[in-house]
Design a protein around this ligand. Structure first.
Ligand SMILES: [Zn+2]
Length: 53
């Protein structure tokens, strides 16, 4: 698998991408190539979110 950081950031609006959202603040953390549009919940690097609260 190849991932281009500069491209993934610009590809947020492209269909057929999985979007990783922060489940705490809703920020788009990153996007990953997937089969179809998917939303994946994770935690961003914000200390308030990374603590899990
Ligand atoms: Zn967050």
């Amino acid at each position: 698998m190849m991932v281009s950081d500069s491209k993934t950031l610009q590809a947020v609006r492209t269909p057929d991408l999985g979007v990783v959202l922060c489940k705490s603040c809703g920020t788009v953390i990153t996007t990953i190539p997937t089969n179809g549009v998917k939303k994946i919940h994770g935690l961003c690097s914000d200390p308030a979110c990374a603590s899990g609260k």
